[in-house]
Design a binder for this molecule. Sequence first.
Ligand SMILES: Cc1ncc(COP(=O)(O)O)c(C=O)c1O
Length: 432
Amino acid sequence: MDNAELRERAGALFPGGVSSPVRSFRAVPDEPVPIVRASGARLHDAEGGEYIDYVAAYGPLILGHAHPAVVKAVGQAAAGGTAFGALSPGEVELGRRIQEATGLERLRFVNSGTEATMTAIRLARAATGRDIVVKFDGCYHGHSDGLLVKAGSGVATLGLSDSAGVPESIAAGTGVLPYNDPDALSEWFREHGDETAAVIVEPVAGNMGVVPPGEAFLEALQAVPKQHGALLINDEIITGFRLRYGLSGLLPGADLVCLGKVIGGGLPVGALGGRAELMSQLAPEGPVYQAGTLSGNPLVMAAGAATLDVLCDGRPYARVEELAQYLENGLGTGIRRAEADACVVRRGSLLSLFFRSTPPRDYAEASGCDSDTFARFHQGMLTRGVMLAPSQFEAWFVSAAHTEADIDRTVRAAAEALREASPGPVASSGGS
Ligand SMILES: Cc1ncc(COP(=O)(O)O)c(C=O)c1O
């Protein structure tokens, strides 16, 4: 089956031809590329096409695709049974590694980031006896009803402000504030402090492109909710074990932490953790119900533990930092030479190229980026064998499997694609 036939069959089977909307290329004029195989920093399509990958499955693959240690661990685990529906040593092993690295007193494994944030919110509501949750415009915390309000990359790229099918009564339980605005947070709590159960935040926003937090914002996040008896939920689903081994360190005062992506080594995972007294409110110890047929699955636990084993000496972080810095410099030069109205923002191995002249501080600024130019740029990169997510609001993920030669090729491709893409006639985005 070639790429076109795979796309056609998928289109008939699945809405948008995909199993997750962010994989659709509706916002760029390209056809989505079905991938049949991946290794290291390379994706391979059904027709022998090869791409340097910066999607990295949207974040988990910090070691690259099919890392030998991960493949071996998953194979061995599968041979011993793919699911037990019972406690298994793999959970204890991965849990111990995460606990040691993060200091979280107790944890629960779930199957996705969405489940982790959803459960953290239920726990926060139960612990405080309050209903309202505050999130920030452009932050994404998964697709549970109450969190699908002003939720960044996927919804934003498809031109949806919120999702249909979310009852107004549920959306009304979510307050939305601008990211990086400590005054807005204080004002919210002056008015709604008594009703607010929790604030949930990405410590470095990764779903409106990479938007780092300011110091005053981080301080307010840790002080203001606490003063009003509300909890702080730190969503480290992208940043955990990606910026460094353990948590980002940006929100040490958080009450609950959500993890996912890297801790599952590319298999479906999520986790939440926090103080023992809070976590013990989860069933069966406490009254907050949460469950999962495949939670703590032995294959996932093995992939996660193998990944953390490779990461724990810190060397892959030094390597990805070096590579990402090299990429940032090269893209910066390309932007200057092409005189493009664009800028690069990077935190560790997370990077964004925004089509605006200065780094955005919040979603209002990020959403003003030029999406037509991005669409042309994306096409230019794809035809040169570089796979970027089909949205300006998704981060580029550098992995330890990239090489300097990959970065050189990427930078050359970007220099050409930037010249072609901007300035130029406005192309149809193919979106909406
Ligand atoms: C910060 C953040 N939180 C939560 C999620 C949801 O995770 P999942 O897609 O595993 O449900 C994502 C997914 O991209 C995310 O980036």
